[in-house]
Design a protein around this ligand. Structure first.
Ligand SMILES: O=C(O)c1cc(=O)[nH]c(=O)n1[C@@H]1O[C@H](COP(=O)(O)O)[C@@H](O)[C@H]1O
Length: 274
C-alpha cells in the first residue's frame, strides 16, 4: 500500500479538498426519522457514505457520537468504517487519542491496524501529554501506511490558552508543527498531519507558525457550522492552502435525511472550497 500522504494527495487530485464528517449528534437520528439506537446510527452512517462516494475522497466519523450508544454504537461505527473503506473512501477516525507508552501503542493498534475492527486510514491524536508521547502512534502509522492528525491549533477558542502559550522556543503550536515536520521527510504531502481549525488558521500566520514545513496535511474543521467561510480559510492558511483538507459535518448533515439532498450539499461545499 502507498503511504497515507500519497493516498490523500491522490484523493485531493481526484475529488478536491472536502472531507465529510459523519457526526450523529444527539437528536439527529430522530430528526432524520431514524430509530434512536444502533440501527439508526448504522443507517445514518450508510446514508452519509452513499452521499459521499464519488464526490469526495475522505470521510471523518466522530467516534464520540457512536461511543455514546455503547457497545452496539461501536459496532455500528466499525461497520460504517468498513463500508466507507470498501467504497474507496479514506477514513479518518476522529477519536483524539493521547496517552503514554504501551497505552498509546494500544490505541494506535485499535484505530490504525487495517485488520482490526476500527482500522481507519488515519487517526486524530492529542500531543498535550508531550509530543514524544505520540511515538508509538507514529511507529504504528509507519507500520500500517496510515496517517495521524496531531492537534495543533484547534478550532475552539479555549484551545489558545494552551496552544499559543509561549516557551523559550516559541508557541506550543509552533513546537508541535516543527516536531510533525521532522517526521515527514521529503514527501509532497506527509503522512503526519496537523489539525488547524478553519476558524483559527489566521493565528498561525499572526504568530509566525510555519504550516508548510514538512508539508503536513492540514485537517481544517470549523468551516460552515462553526462560522469559517471559504474565503477566510484561504486567507488564514495562506501559503499552506494546498495542504488543507476542509471538514464539514453539521452544515452537510442538516440537509439530510434524503441521500440526494445530502449529495447536493456535499457538491455545494466541495465547489465552495475548491
Ligand atoms: O479533530 C477534529 O476533527 C476537530 C478539531 C477541532 O479543532 N475542531 C473540531 O470541530 N473538530 C471536529 O470537527 C467536527 C466539526 O463539525 P462541524 O462543526 O459540525 O462541521 C467535529 O467532529 C469536531 O469534533
Amino acid at each position: 500500500m502507498s503511504s497515507f500522504g500519497s493516498r490523500l494527495k491522490h484523493a485531493f487530485e481526484e475529488y478536491g479538498r472536502l472531507c465529510v464528517g459523519i457526526d450523529p449528534h444527539p437528536g439527529m437520528l430522530p430528526e432524520w426519522g431514524l430509530p434512536d439506537d444502533a440501527s439508526g446510527l448504522r443507517e445514518f452512517g450508510s446514508r452519509v457514505v452513499e452521499a459521499s462516494v464519488g464526490r469526495v475522497g475522505v470521510v471523518k466519523p466522530q467516534v464520540a457520537f457512536f461511543e455514546a450508544y455503547g457497545v452496539a454504537g461501536m459496532r455500528a461505527l466499525a461497520e460504517t468504517i468498513a463500508e466507507a473503506k470498501q467504497a474507496g473512501l479514506l477514513v479518518i477516525a476522529d477519536a483524539k487519542r493521547g496517552d503514554i507508552g504501551s497505552t498509546m501503542a494500544a490505541y494506535a493498534e485499535a484505530w490504525l491496524n487495517p485488520e482490526g475492527d476500527f482500522g481507519a486510514d488515519a487517526l486524530t491524536v492529542s500531543p498535550f501529554l508531550g509530543f514524544g508521547s505520540l511515538d508509538p502512534a507514529v511507529e504504528a502509522a509507519h507500520r500500517y501506511d496510515a496517517g495521524l492528525f496531531v492537534l495543533a491549533l484547534t478550532s475552539n477558542p479555549e484551545g489558545q490558552e494552551v496552544q499559543l502559550a509561549r516557551t523559550e522556543h516559541g508557541t506550543i503550536a509552533a513546537g508541535i508543527a516543527s516536531r510533525a515536520a521532522a517526521l515527514n521527510g521529503e514527501a509532497e504531502l506527509g503522512s503526519i498531519g496537523l489539525v488547524v481549525g478553519a476558524t483559527t488558521a489566521y493565528l498561525a500566520q499572526a504568530n509566525g507558525i510555519d504550516l508548510t514545513q514538512g508539508r503536513p496535511p492540514l485537517l481544517a474543521p470549523g468551516y460552515g457550522a462553526q462560522g469559517a467561510t471559504a474565503q477566510a480559510m484561504r486567507e488564514g492558511f495562506g501559503d499552506a492552502w494546498d495542504q488543507v483538507l476542509v471538514n464539514s459535518s453539521r452544515d452537510i448533515l442538516r440537509r439530510g435525511p434524503e441521500i440526494l439532498a445530502l449529495a447536493e450539499a456535499v457538491d455545494e461545499a466541495r465547489a465552495d472550497v475548491a
